[in-house]
Every structure is written in structure tokens, then in C-alpha cells.
Design a protein around this ligand. Structure first.
Ligand SMILES: C[S@@+](CC[C@H](N)C(=O)[O-])C[C@H]1O[C@@H](n2cnc3c(N)ncnc32)[C@H](O)[C@@H]1O
Length: 267
């Protein structure tokens, strides 16, 4: 596994407060993760959200624009609290939730994944989609999820990971700098952190083949929108994005990077 990278949380927030966040929305949609709403339903099924009933309260860590929060509340009738470190993301999520018939079942809180603005044992489900790669201290993050889960509660998340083939240091440096990731886990690395936090790992799934296919699609979408992106954000941002996505696409097909899913419970 590769090491830690010199990225601060302010660097990450600057991406999501600026054109970078808009570019990711353009490529992925307002649910800023691989697979959009379909993947949210996939994770919801794995987490047993349907069976747990409408009284369920879910914490979405790194909730961004609130796309998954609105989807989960609208479709499953549950309550969701989203936490994000970037004030602009919280404001935008709130704006997009105003006037929705289910708005009273959603709350967005400004805060850090490493010191969650939530009491112990207060959530039935703790949730994350493709964003914990932005958080440096994964051990502390997983310990925080265990703290705020109720007994019998479920941890359900997906994330970008290092793959089975080791990327050489210069390639790893470029991939991490482009995405502004301070640290990435492996499939088994997350499993170990989950167990070390006292949670019971129920399932882990390697979604890396699907990840590589989605990377193909992002490249197509990026190139199709070249004119709009250059008009809105300039040549430099377009060129940087194309270079970065080509590199991630190649690394994904070479199994150097991928994506995983984990389900665990608190006894
Ligand atoms: C890829 S987006 C999240 C996408 C979201 N999960 C979804 O599926 O729509 C990453 C988000 O993580 C947030 N973030 C990054 N580091 C964080 C931290 N330490 N604590 C809380 N939020 C953080 C960023 O502000 C950004 O909004």
C-alpha cells in the first residue's frame, strides 16, 4: 500500500467550494459517487434499509450536495443527517432541499468526519459514499463511526481504494495529487480497521471492475463537454482534468486503483 500525501483538509474543501466540485457534478451527477442513484439503492439494500423501517435515522458522512440524502429520504421514508466540512456544500445541499415534501426529515450539519457533530449511539445506519478517501486518519474515522452507531446499528460505505497491483511511487503521487486525496485504503485495510474498532464485518465487495468501466464513461463525458468546460472554467482546468482522468482510467484498468464496499454491524 502507498503512503500518506501532503494534502490538508483545506485543500479538499477548496476543491469542493470551487470549480472542481462543479466538474465532479457534471461528470457524476448531483450524487457525487460512482454509479449515482443506482449505487445508492445497491448500498441501501446491502445495509437492510428497507427492512429496518421508516423510523431509521442515518448519518451520511461527507454528504456534499445532499443528493444521496434526498434520494434516501424520498425513496425509503427514513431520516437523514448529512455532515460535511465544506460550508459551501452544506449551503448548496440546504438550498436544494428547500421546498421538497420530505425536507423536514433531512438536516445538514457542518463538521468533520474525524470529530463527528453527533452524540454517541445515535444512528441506526452510518453511511458514506466514495468520499472517505479525502479523510487522512481512517482509523479515527472508523472509530468515530463506531462511536455514533447505536447497538445493532449498521455501518455501510463505499470508497476508492488501492488495487491489487502496486502503483509505482511517481504514478501514485500523480493519482493522489490529482484527486487531492491525503490517504487511500485497500479492501482488506478497511476490513482490518472495521474489526479493530470493535465492529463485526458482514461483507466486503471489490467493485473495481465496475469502477474501471465508469472511468471510461467519465472520460467520454469530459470530452463531450470540452467546449462547455473550457467556456465555464478555462483551458487549464479542462487540460488538468483530462490528464488526471486519463491517468485514473489507465490505473483502474491496470488494477492499481479500484473501489470497494463494506457492511458491518455494532453488537
Ligand atoms: C465526493 S464528495 C462526497 C459525495 C457524496 N458522498 C455523494 O455521494 O454525493 C466529497 C465530500 O467530502 C467532504 N469532506 C472531505 N473531507 C471531509 C472531512 N474531513 N469531514 C467532512 N467532510 C469532508 C467534502 O467537503 C466533499 O463535499
Amino acid at each position: 500500500m502507498n503512503g500518506q500525501y501532503d494534502v490538508s483538509v483545506n485543500d479538499v474543501s477548496a476543491v469542493y467550494a470551487g470549480p472542481g466540485g462543479k466538474l465532479w457534478e457534471l461528470l457524476m451527477g448531483e450524487e457525487i459517487h460512482v454509479g449515482g442513484a443506482e449505487q445508492t439503492d445497491y448500498l441501501a439494500k446491502k445495509a437492510g434499509i428497507d427492512e429496518k423501517g421508516k423510523d431509521l435515522i442515518l448519518l451520511d458522512i461527507c454528504s456534499a450536495l445532499g443528493g444521496p440524502a434526498r434520494h434516501l429520504v424520498e425513496k425509503y421514508g427514513i431520516r437523514v443527517i448529512g455532515v460535511d466540512i465544506t460550508p459551501e456544500m452544506i449551503e448548496e445541499a440546504q438550498k436544494r432541499t428547500i421546498g421538497k415534501p420530505f425536507k423536514d426529515k433531512i438536516e445538514y450539519r457542518h463538521g468533520s468526519a474525524l470529530d463527528l457533530p453527533a452524540h454517541a449511539k445515535s444512528f441506526d445506519v452510518v453511511w458514506g459514499q466514495d468520499s472517505w478517501c479525502y479523510v487522512r486518519d481512517k482509523k479515527r474515522l472508523i472509530n468515530e463511526t463506531a462511536r455514533v452507531l447505536k447497538s445493532g446499528g449498521t455501518l455501510a460505505f463505499t470508497d476508492w481504494i488501492w488495487g491489487s497491483v502496486q502503483a509505482p511511487p511517481n504514478e501514485a503521487d500523480f493519482l493522489m495529487a490529482f484527486m487531492v486525496f491525503p490517504d487511500m485504503q485497500t479492501l482488506d485495510g478497511y476490513a482490518n480497521l472495521i474489526r479493530a474498532a470493535g465492529l463485526k464485518l458482514k461483507e466486503q465487495e471489490d467493485l473495481s471492475v465496475d469502477f474501471a468501466q465508469n472511468m471510461d464513461q467519465y472520460l467520454v463525458t469530459l470530452k463531450k463537454n470540452k467546449g462547455n468546460i473550457i467556456a465555464g472554467f478555462g483551458n487549464d482546468l479542462y487540460n488538468e482534468a483530462e490528464k488526471g482522468i486519463i491517468a485514473w482510467n489507465k490505473a483502474a484498468h491496470e488494477k492499481k486503483v479500484g473501489r470497494g464496499l463494506w457492511i458491518a454491524t455494532k453488537t
